[in-house]
Design a protein around this ligand. Structure first.
Ligand SMILES: Nc1ncnc2c1ncn2[C@@H]1O[C@H](COP(=O)(O)OP(=O)(O)OP(=O)(O)O)[C@@H](O)[C@H]1O
Ligand SMILES: [Mg+2]
Length: 360
């Protein structure tokens, strides 16, 4: 099996006069693990259903390996889909469920049997071939659904929140399995999720979506470290996103700004206007001075939130904003509620973005 490349060109979909997808352009390479990440209602499923052929685009084009497939029926596209709710037939055995995936292909009986067995082995479900879905765990059922989707040898596999119904530990296990399955098959995966951690850990590249559009496309590190909008920064992980007052933005790309009673500066010039969004990752903030130069913010600890390996120290600044400082749990003991602290921010830990909408 080999992955196909996928191109979406100005893809639009409206239901009546309600726009669900408002002009998506994406170039997904053959063999890529590509995620669509975004909040509920942003158009992820609609986009996937158009690629699959279950919905007709209002306008725009879908190309697989360069061919426009927009008007080709779903069954004839080199694409298959795995849904969140497995959609297995309860009265069929596991192997019959997988064989059902071959119904539209002219495959001889022996050949079909071999393909079904191969697919089940690939998802490590060979020994369950004679069981019915009701006799399997959720994770096992989802593996069967995967086998049914790959038995046809699609060039592009679409996955719509395939792990959404599973508990946290099983999700982790299946994330690793899915990723290695994708690598060994070489199929292009388009993976829909609203779980940012899942998208960050599994994808080669990802698109962050909002309101039927793509906000940013990049590798997980690019999108996480260099969000291009305040929305992306806010949606991806627990960034501190604060409104600051610009004092001076010079042509050398250095900007000085005020946050409450504190004045800081960082790289990132070209901010027009008097205010901007400051993005700081909680794990980049320090409560003791680093060896290099760093800006400082004075504040009061309002609470600490234990999260296992890390603890969030919530600090109220003179501006009234609350800042999350994430620390290794073993080092938090010395900070207690009401304590005055100095938060140290290195210039490279801060990022200034134009003011804009935030994630819900
Ligand atoms: N068949 C439909 N008729 C009318 N509106 C629809 C239909 N399908 C989806 N929508 C609307 O289109 C928008 C996008 O829906 P979509 O299902 O693509 O979101 P999503 O990103 O997959 O969300 P979730 O994370 O909740 O699954 C929503 O506002 C939704 O209400
Ligand atoms: Mg959806």
């Amino acid at each position: 099996m080999k992955g196909g490349s996928l191109q979406l060109l100005s893809l639009h979909k409206s239901y009546g006069d309600v726009p669900a997808v408002r002009g998506i352009d994406l170039n997904i390479a053959a063999g890529e693990f590509f995620s669509l990440l975004g909040p509920s209602g942003c158009g992820k499923t609609t986009t996937l259903r158009m690629i699959a052929g279950f919905e007709t685009p209002t306008s725009g084009e879908i190309r697989i390996d360069g061919d426009d497939v927009s008007r080709i029926p779903a069954n004839d596209r080199p694409v298959n889909t795995v849904f969140q709710n497995y959609a297995l037939f309860p009265f069929m055995t596991v192997e019959d469920n997988v064989a059902f995936g071959l119904r539209y292909q002219k495959v001889g009986k022996a050949d079909g049997k071999r393909k079904v067995a191969e697919s089940l082995d690939m998802v490590r479900m060979g020994q369950y071939a004679k069981r019915r879905p009701g006799q399997l765990s959720g994770g096992q059922q989802q593996r069967v659904a995967l086998a049914r989707a790959i038995v046809l040898g699609p060039r592009v596999l679409l996955l719509d929140e395939p792990l959404g119904a599973l508990d946290a530990k099983l999700r982790k296990t299946l994330q690793v399995e899915l990723k290695s399955l994708q690598e060994s098959l070489g199929i292009t995966f388009v993976y829909v999720t609203h779980d940012q951690e899942e998208a960050l850990t599994m994808s080669d590249r990802m698109a962050v979506m909002a309101g039927g559009q793509v906000e940013q496309v990049g590798t997980p590190a690019e999108v996480y470290e260099s969000p291009s909008t305040a929305y992306v920064a806010d949606f991806l992980g627990s960034a501190n996103v604060l409104t600051v007052e610009i004092i001076n933005s010079d042509s050398a790309g250095q900007t000085t700004f005020r946050l409450g009673a504190d004045t800081l500066s960082c790289r990132g010039g070209g901010i027009d206007g008097t205010d901007a969004r400051l993005v700081i990752r909680p794990e980049r903030l320090l409560l003791e001075p680093p060896p290099e130069d760093a800006g400082t913010l004075e504040g009061t600890v309002v609470r600490t939130v234990y999260q296992g390996p890390t603890t969030d120290v919530i600090v109220r600044l003179s501006s009234g904003d609350e800042l999350v400082v994430r620390r290794p749990s073993e080092r938090v003991g010395q900070h207690s509620t009401g304590e005055q602290v100095t938060v140290h921010c290195r210039a490279d830990a801060m990022r200034l973005l134009p003011p804009g909408a935030l994630a819900d």
